[in-house]
Design a protein around this ligand. Structure first.
Ligand code: K1U
Ligand code: ZN
Length: 184
């Protein structure tokens, strides 16, 4: 498995829509494994393919130690509205409150290409919506008020200087540390 670089805000791929996956091949299963490894090392709870420079409609999520792959996900049902804080591995150090559905039902394919239906509430519902947004070129910043978005963008202009190539390289020691903590 390999750690992948995370593309940060400013890279046009984050604003593109993705292409539905026709078949889940071994190559895509390797990508899924690498996405999980990268997500864990970056201490995230989700990661979508465009964040690692790929255009396939694939996202991985792990809320409460329940790893989940969604290929070609679609929101079938959404209900309730809850405001909560979000961050994004592609916009490090920037946070904002976003109103999202409190419960969603998502249909997708799993890593074997089998149809699945996933129900999520609270943080899982939020994370699924955030990742599915990535697959359509949307970012949590798009939901902020003009004022809050402006303030987030001015903070980001300073942060962005840390990523001249618009790539964030994850330190593999972060993954080793997590494994050590789990073993204790
Ligand atoms: O897609 C991403 O950028 C990953 C992002 C997903 C996400 C975070 C918060 C709410 C909804 C979706 C992250 O994982 S950023 C890391 C983070 O903010 C977080 C980590 C653990 C628990 C809660 C938030
Ligand atoms: Zn994100």
């Amino acid at each position: 498995m390999s750690l992948l670089d995370i593309h940060v805000l400013g890279d046009p791929i984050l604003r593109e829509t993705t292409t539905p996956v026709a078949a889940v091949t071994d190559e895509l299963r390797r990508l899924i494994d690498d996405m999980f490894e990268t997500m864990y090392a970056a201490k995230g709870i989700g990661l979508a393919a465009p964040q690692v420079g790929r255009r396939e409609r694939i996202a991985v999520v792990d809320v409460d130690d329940a790893p989940l792959v969604v290929v070609n996900p679609e929101i079938r049902l959404s209900e309730g509205k809850i405001k909560g804080e979000e961050g994004c591995l592609s916009i490090p150090e920037i946070y904002g409150d976003v109103e999202r559905a409190g419960r969603v039902v998502v249909s997708a394919l799993d890593r074997d290409g089998k149809p699945i239906e996933v129900e999520g509430t609270e943080l899982l519902a939020r994370c699924l919506q955030h990742e599915i947004d990535h697959l359509h070129g949307r970012l949590f910043l798009d939901y902020l008020s003009v004022l809050k978005r402006r303030s987030a963008m001015s903070k980001w202009e300073k942060e962005r200087a840390k990523y001249p190539a618009l790539r964030r390289t994850i330190d593999p020691r972060d993954l080793a540390e997590q494994h050590n903590e789990e073993a204790l």
